[in-house]
Design a protein. Structure first.
Length: 194
């Protein structure tokens, strides 16, 4: 099991530097998605580590968007995050805002799933149910192909992420949709409590 910060400390750090509900929701979503992936891919013993990376991956984005993934190490050191966790957090910005390459499978999953969770979330908000739990991969693929829809979600990063994992785009979509469905209710409950 890899060392990771206590979740209470991690959440407090996130909230210290992030106040926008959208950013908090994204962090909680990626936390849940990463925990699901850890279990799914056989890293259950490190699920807390994967989840902590997901929770903290954008810790610096709201206040320092121009220094995203560059300010993060300083902030993460406030709660004694390991070098492995800091590397993982920074690696999701590879080729976009930093040169820390995603090497481990967990880092590749974060790189691939981060942008896709945003696309899934945007697509869910358009549905009558406001949920991704009743969304089909075919519906998500249509939204993916519509470049005007959720234009801020980089299709190139999602494609590159699938390639880094050796997965098809459809496989990445299917798994991430399952992952996001698994934590959607918990995230909504947590947001209401904030």
């Amino acid at each position: 099991m890899r060392a990771c910060p206590d979740r209470t400390a991690a959440l407090a750090l996130l909230r210290k530097y992030n106040s926008e509900p959208f950013h908090i929701q994204h962090a909680l979503t990626v936390e849940g998605v990463m925990r699901w992936y850890a279990q799914e891919l056989g890293y259950g013993g490190d699920a807390d580590f994967w989840a902590a990376v997901g929770l903290l991956h954008d810790v610096d984005f709201e206040k320092w968007p121009g220094e995203h993934c560059q300010k993060a190490p300083e902030l993460l050191s406030e709660i004694g995050c390991s070098e492995a966790l800091i590397h993982a957090v920074c690696s999701h910005g590879y080729g976009i805002c930093c040169d820390v390459e995603p090497v481990e499978e967990m880092e590749k999953v974060l790189f691939a799933a981060d942008e896709l969770t945003g696309l899934i979330g945007a697509a869910a908000r358009m549905r009558p149910s406001k949920s991704c739990r009743d969304m089909e991969v075919s519906s998500l693929k249509k939204k993916f192909k519509d470049k005007k829809f959720a234009a801020g979600c980089s299709r190139d990063v999602i494609r590159e992420g699938a390639e880094r994992l050796g997965w098809t785009l459809e496989e990445l979509m299917d798994k991430t949709l399952q992952a996001q469905s698994s934590c959607e209710e918990r995230v909504n409950t947590a947001l209401e409590a904030l």
